[in-house]
Design a protein around this ligand. Structure first.
Ligand SMILES: *Cc1c(COP(=O)(O)O)cnc(C)c1O
Length: 302
C-alpha cells in the first residue's frame, strides 16, 4: 500500500573483545531504513498507516516527548504518504532539534502540560471526537499493529544467530521480535535491555501479546538510572563505539543495549563460537541532546 522499499542489512561489527572471546556480533541495521522514519518506528507505524488508509482517515493524531523518535517518524511518514499529522507534546515551553524537524515536515504540535498529557484517549476525544478524519496512534506507536510490523524484522533475517538483543521502552518491539521468532520457528533467544528503571511492568507488557508466555531474558542492570538518564561510563562507551565502528548509538536506547552486549560478552556470558545479533532500532536525533554534555578524550585544539 505504501511504496517504500526498506533496506536494513545485517552487518558484522568488529572489536578486540569479540576476537578475544571468540564471538561474532552483527547489527540489524534498522537505523538505515530511513533517516527520519527510522528503525522500529517505521515498523511500528506501518500497519497503523495501512489501517488509517483503509478506514479513510487522513489525519494522524499522536503523542510524544520532546526528543521522541516516534514523533519525528510520524511527521515524516505523514508528509511522505499524504496524511496530516498533529502531535500532543509532553510539556509546555519545550523545544528540541527533533521537534524542529517535526515542524519542517508539517506536523502541528500541541504542547500539553504533564497531567493532561497522561490521559491520551481523553485528549483525543476532547479535541477530535467530531473529526471523522482523525486517527489515534498511541505514544510510541504501541499496539497489535506495531507488534505485527516488528515481527517482520525476524522474517527478513538471512544469517543464523543464537542470540538476539533489543532495547526496550514499552516492550512492543521486543514482543514483535518474539512473534517473529515464533512465526519463523526460530530457536534464537531474545535478550531484552530495558532502558527504564524498575521495568517490572515490561514482562507484563510483552507477555500480553501472547497466549502462552514466550521465553526470553531481561537484563535489568543497564538502564543507567532510568529513561534518558546517563552516566560518564555510558557516554564514554557510545563515543568509543561510534568512533570504532562508524555507527552511531544514542544514549537513550541503542547505546544502553550495546553496552549490555559488550558487558555480557566480557563476563563470558556466551560460549565461544556464538553469533549474536543486536537490533539497531535507529532513532539517533536524541544524540543532539548531548551536544553540551559530551566530553571527548581528545579535545580539539590540540
Ligand atoms: C522507541 C525506541 C525504542 C523502544 O521501543 P519499544 O517498542 O517502546 O520498546 C528502542 N530504540 C529506539 C531507537 C527507539 O526510538
Amino acid at each position: 500500500m505504501f511504496a517504500f522499499e526498506i533496506y536494513s542489512p545485517e552487518e558484522e561489527i568488529f572489536h578486540p573483545l569479540f576476537k578475544e572471546k571468540e564471538v561474532r556480533v552483527f547489527l540489524k541495521r534498522d537505523d538505515m531504513i530511513h533517516p527520519f522514519i527510522s528503525g522500529n518506528k517505521w515498523r511500528k507505524l506501518k500497519y497503523n498507516l495501512i489501517k488509517a488508509r483503509e478506514e479513510d482517515k487522513n489525519h494522524l493524531i499522536t503523542f510524544g516527548g520532546v526528543w521522541s523518535n516516534h514523533l519525528l517518524a510520524t511527521a515524516c511518514a505523514a508528509a511522505k504518504f499524504g496524511f496530516k499529522a498533529t502531535a500532543f507534546v509532553r510539556g509546555e515551553g519545550v523545544a528540541s532539534e527533533t521537534l524542529f524537524l517535526c515542524r519542517m515536515f508539517g506536523m502541528e504540535l500541541k504542547f500539553t502540560e504533564r497531567d493532561a498529557y497522561r490521559n491520551k484517549r481523553l485528549l483525543f476525544d476532547t479535541f477530535y471526537s467530531n473529526d471523522t478524519s482523525a486517527f489515534f496512534i498511541d505514544e510510541g506507536g504501541a499496539g497489535a499493529e506495531a507488534v505485527q510490523g516488528c515481527s517482520e524484522l525476524v522474517t527478513e533475517l538471512k544469517g543464523n544467530y543464537q542470540h538476539i538483543f533489543c532495547a526496550a521502552g514499552t516492550g512492543t518491539t521486543a514482543a514483535g521480535i518474539l512473534k517473529g521468532l515464533l512465526i519463523n520457528n526460530s530457536r534464537a533467544l531474545l535478550h531484552v535491555i530495558p532502558v527504564l528503571k524498575g521495568a517490572e511492568f515490561l514482562k507484563e507488557e510483552v507477555n500480553k501479546h501472547f497466549i502462552d508466555n514466550p521465553l526470553y531474558e531481561i537484563h535489568n542492570s543497564y538502564h543507567f538510572g532510568g529513561y534518558a538518564k546517563t552516566q560518564p561510563d555510558l557516554l564514554n562507551f557510545i563515543s568509543d563505539f561510534s568512533a570504532s565502528t562508524g555507527i552511531l548509538a544514542d544514549q537513550v536506547y541503542t547505546g544502553k543495549m550495546m553496552y549490555g552486549v559488550f558487558d555480557l560478552i566480557r563476563q563470558d556470558y556466551f560460549p565461544s563460537g556464538t553469533n549474536i545479533l543486536a537490533v539497531h532500532t535507529g532513532g539517533l536525533f536524541g544524540l543532539l541532546g548531548l551536544k553540551e554534555k559530551m566530553t571527548f578524550k581528545t579535545q580539539s585544539g590540540h
